[in-house]
Write a protein that binds this ligand. Structure first.
Ligand SMILES: O=C(O)CCC(=O)C(=O)O
Ligand SMILES: [Fe+2]
Length: 271
């Protein structure tokens, strides 16, 4: 695993709000990630996430059109909680160290992992922000996105609006069908030049959860599989948004309570 970050990479992340790391995984590690993630997805038998009575298409503000969103990607959340193999991958302190270093924080917790598979001919992922969906409010929160297949301009690679994380806010724009939906809330970004992030399988990117990002449609007959994980800097508190937290946990939480339950949000790295 190519986990040592150079000063230049950290600077690039801070400048742009995202960073691509080529050859993050070795070919052997990539095979291992694929096998573990595919086994974990299969075990789920279509259940989107543990601890929640949520049907696919009903959460995360995605409710206008289940059929459309069901064809954006297959989304399985918190596979680390139901599969030991994925747990080993996700709790790797080396990845935690990368996330902490990029975010500029001492400690980092898993917010949630997420397999995101675009099937053949899948719809695009409209421009959106991540952090406004989450149960804490932190401008440094971020995600890793690991390509399990080559992600190309043809099959739905990621795109970013560089620097956008400096001006975006926590009011949730959601994620709609219209690519330009985000610009009704952030008209000042409409002229920003987007950057595509095609990646070989085994490469990865990190992005700040307030960086505007999206993905193209899958215009191919093949799959575009990615394994991702969102990270919460240690020390955050509950903001009242349940998001992926299990119903039983949310019942016990009050706004302002520390989100420091290692069974839900494990601390994977601390300086
Ligand atoms: O893989 C995709 O299509 C979208 C990924 C994304 O939005 C994310 O990882 O935050
Ligand atoms: Fe996202």
């Amino acid at each position: 695993m190519n986990y040592e970050l150079t000063e230049q990479q950290v600077k690039s992340y801070r400048d742009n709000g995202f960073l691509v790391i080529e050859n993050f995984l070795s070919p052997e590690e990539l095979e291992d990630w694929r096998a573990k993630v595919m086994a974990a997805v299969k075990e789920r038998a279509g259940v989107k996430m543990p601890g929640k009575d949520v049907k696919i298409g009903e959460d995360d503000g995605i409710n206008e059109d289940t059929e459309y969103f069901g064809k954006v990607f297959d989304q399985l959340i918190n596979l680390w909680q139901t599969n030991e193999g994925v747990k080993k991958l996700m709790l790797d302190p080396r990845i935690g160290q990368m996330a902490a270093k990029l975010a500029g924080v001492d400690g980092i917790r898993i917010w949630h992992d997420q397999a995101l598979f675009k099937r053949p001919w899948a719809n695009p992922t409209a421009w959106h922000l991540d952090t406004p969906f989450w149960s804490f409010t932190d401008r440094n929160a971020l995600s890793i996105w690991v390509a399990l297949d080559d992600a190309t301009l043809e099959n739905g690679c990621l795109y970013f609006l560089p620097g956008s994380y400096r001006i975006t806010r926590f009011d949730n724009v959601g994620i709609g069908k219209n690519m330009d939906g985000i610009f009704t809330v952030y008209p000042e970004l409409v002229k920003v030049k987007s950057v595509s992030a095609p990646m070989k399988a085994g490469s990865c990117s990190f992005h700040n959860g307030l960086t505007v990002h999206g993905a193209g449609a899958n215009m191919t007959s093949g799959h575009r599989r990615a394994m991702t994980c969102a990270y919460m800097p240690d020390g955050n508190v509950y903001n009242g948004e349940p998001n992926v937290l299990p119903d039983a946990y949310v019942k016990k939480l009050a706004i302002g309570d520390p989100l420091n339950n290692d069974a839900q949000n494990p601390l994977i790295y601390h300086k």
